[in-house]
Every structure is written in C-alpha cells, then in structure tokens.
Design a protein around this ligand. Sequence first.
Ligand code: NAP
Ligand code: GDD
Length: 351
Amino acid sequence: MKKKVALITGITGQDGSYLAELLLKKKYVVHGVIRKSSSFNTGRIDHIYIDPHNKTNFYLHYGDLTDSNSVYNIINKIRPDEVYNLGAQSHVGVSFDNPEYTAEVSGIGTLRILEALRFLNIKKVKFYQASTSELFGETYNKNVFDENSKFHPKSPYGVAKLYSYWITSVYRESYGIFASNGILFNHESPRRGETFVTRKITRFLTRKKLGSKDVLYLGNLNAKRDWGHAIDYVEMQWRILQQKKPEDFVVATGNSYSVRQFIDMCAKVLKMKIIWTGKGLNEKAYILNKNKKELLIKVDKRYFRPNEVHYLRGDARKAFKKLRFKPKFTLRKLVEDMIKSDLELAKSELK
Ligand code: NAP
Ligand code: GDD
C-alpha cells in the first residue's frame, strides 16, 4: 500500500517535532518546511533526521510562509495527502513588537498554502490549521470557551490567527477543500520555547535547584491558562484530519491555573519552599533555605503586554466525544516531565 505523504510547516517547532515523530510511527512519509537561519534551528528534529530508519521517509525543504513561490513549489513537488500548517510567529508578546511580520506569517501564510492547494487541485488533500484559544480573549461572563464562543482577539497574533481561522473555513465552504481548524489551548512540553512562561519557569527553577544565584523576572502572575501537554495535542491534530468531514475542534483540558499556581506546582515537584510577598508590581517570591530567605522572583513591567488575555479555559466535550480525546497527561504530570528534562539540561550545563 502507498504510504501517506504529510507536509508540516513549523516542523522545527515544539508541535512540529512531536507531530513528525507521531506520523513517522504511523508509517507516513513526512516532509517539513525549514527556514534558513544564521544559527541552527533544527535542534528539536535532529534526532529524527539522523535516524537511519527515517532515511527514505523524512525530508526537509527550505521555505518560508512569507514566500508564496516557495510554498507553491514545495506543495507541487510533494503532492501531499495531508498538510499541517503549524508554522507561525507564535509569541503573543513579540507580536506587539512585530505586528506586520506576524500578520504575514501567521495570517497570510495560511492563505498562501490554501491558494497553492486550490491552484494545484490536489485530489483529496486534507489541511489542518493551527488555530488557538487566543481567538477568544474576552470572557463575556462565561468561564469556559467552546467552538461556538465569541471571538475577541487581544493581540496582533490573535488577529492574524483569526484571519487564518476564517480563511480556512472560507476555503472549505467555497472550494470543498477538506480544511479543519484545531482551536488548541496552551500546550507545553520539555520542547517548549524558552521565552514562553512555563518553560521560562522550569528552566529557571531547575537551575536554581542546582545552586544558581539568579533572579527570575516575570510579568502578569495572575493570568490563567488551560495548560495541556503537546504530546497529547499533536495526536488530536492528526485525529482531526482522520474525520470523515472537515470540522473545527476545541482541544483543552478544562482546567485553568494562574502563572503563580504553576510556579507553586513546580516548586512542590522540586521540593523547594517558596513564600510570596507584596502585591502587583511589588510582588516577590522568596525561597526558604535553612530558615534563610533568598530572593527568587520579581515582577517586571517589561513582561506585561499592552493588552492581556487574563483567563482561558476550554470546553473540549466535542473533541472528547468525536476524537476520543483522552489526555494522558495531567498538569502535575506535565510539570514533572518538564522539570525532569530541565534538571537534566541544567546538570549538563554544569559539566
Ligand atoms: P513554535 O514552537 O513557536 O514553532 C513555530 C514554528 O513556526 C517553528 O518551526 C518556526 O521556525 C516556524 N516559523 C516561524 N516563522 C516562520 C516562517 N516565516 N515561515 C515558516 N515557518 C516559520 O510553536 P508551537 O508551540 O509548536 O505551535 C505550533 C502552532 O500552533 C503555531 O502555529 C502556534 O501559533 C499554534 N498554537 C500553539 C499553541 C501552544 O500552546 N503551543 C496553542 C495554540 C496554537 P523556526 O524554528 O525557524 O523559528
Ligand atoms: N512569555 C511570558 N513571559 N509570559 C508571561 C511572563 C513572562 O515573563 N510573565 C507572565 N506571563 C503571562 C503572559 O502575560 C500570559 O498571560 C501567560 O503568562 C502565558 O504566556 P505565554 O506562555 O507567552 O503564552 P500565551 O498564552 O501568551 O500564548 C501561547 O498560547 C497560545 C494559546 O492560548 C502561545 O503558544 C501561542 O502561540 C498560543 O496560540
């Protein structure tokens, strides 16, 4: 039987790397788009690339979501059965500094792929769009978001992703392309980028555990997020494309915790004693060590955003039912996974 061919944009990112592993396990031929960069950006997929078992089923192509010709040429060459559009300028904070670039990559980039699929008229191709809980943003007195909740993005990133969400739906309705949105809530892992808050915290606390004298500077500690594990969530991305008809799905755990609570959970796993003092910009955390108080965390205005999504919690009942979504990771397990991996990394840095 002919192997299925998948194309992943954003293959060098957190989700792209896990999704590539999953699809290879499922005997796909996997193609990924990588960007030219002046330093190595393939750290998350090097182990896949050098594995001799993957020699004839894993291929990388230079391209960029801002470059229509590269997108078109790669799709034309590969003729994929499934396209996973995970490529994005995915940092909400950075999108305020680079709004136009964010719109180009995370918004119009999606259109570039859909246009290539339309022109090339590839039979039965299926398209997955990495949509996001950042589409919501405003609670409107509701404490949970599902597929029918009102959108109200709060950042240039959220607006770019809103365009992608709708253009995916428009191409599905207008041209009959199998195109689906996964509206995924935050998901983390040991491969999470180090400027996202969970990984910034696990990297810092594990170094601290090994004796670092640094202080961590953070922004809004009250923000609440619905955090899942990327390994669970990439499986849902695949399942969304295995449905009989294209549809949009919310993927979330249904639980929401603050950044401060995430820190407390990490400290518990690391058996560190933390005490919090002060409020707002004066809030600080100290670590208690043999009755001595050492400054651990300070709030820093620089990490506040011009506009904030204060609260996110998803209602994934549709995914639970139709995709048989049953996450393997609780938040506690996610924290343990990240801490374990970052402790190893911190130890290796000391050598
Ligand atoms: P990530 O780790 O930031 O990865 C983003 C990927 O996009 C990287 O491979 C990056 O390449 C690539 N990329 C950036 N600019 C590009 C461009 N101009 N052309 C082509 N590729 C480009 O993100 P992630 O956490 O894996 O998330 C995957 C997708 O899901 C993203 O679209 C994100 O917006 C969305 N999403 C994420 C979450 C979450 O909580 N993780 C939740 C909802 C939705 P480099 O490695 O070269 O930078
Ligand atoms: N990054 C960061 N750094 N965030 C901080 C910090 C800090 O020092 N201090 C507090 N925060 C707060 C942010 O203000 C936000 O409310 C929350 O922590 C989470 O921030 P991030 O981890 O950067 O994630 P995000 O929720 O903004 O965006 C992520 O999730 C989206 C899905 O909801 C990204 O992965 C997006 O690509 C994704 O769409």
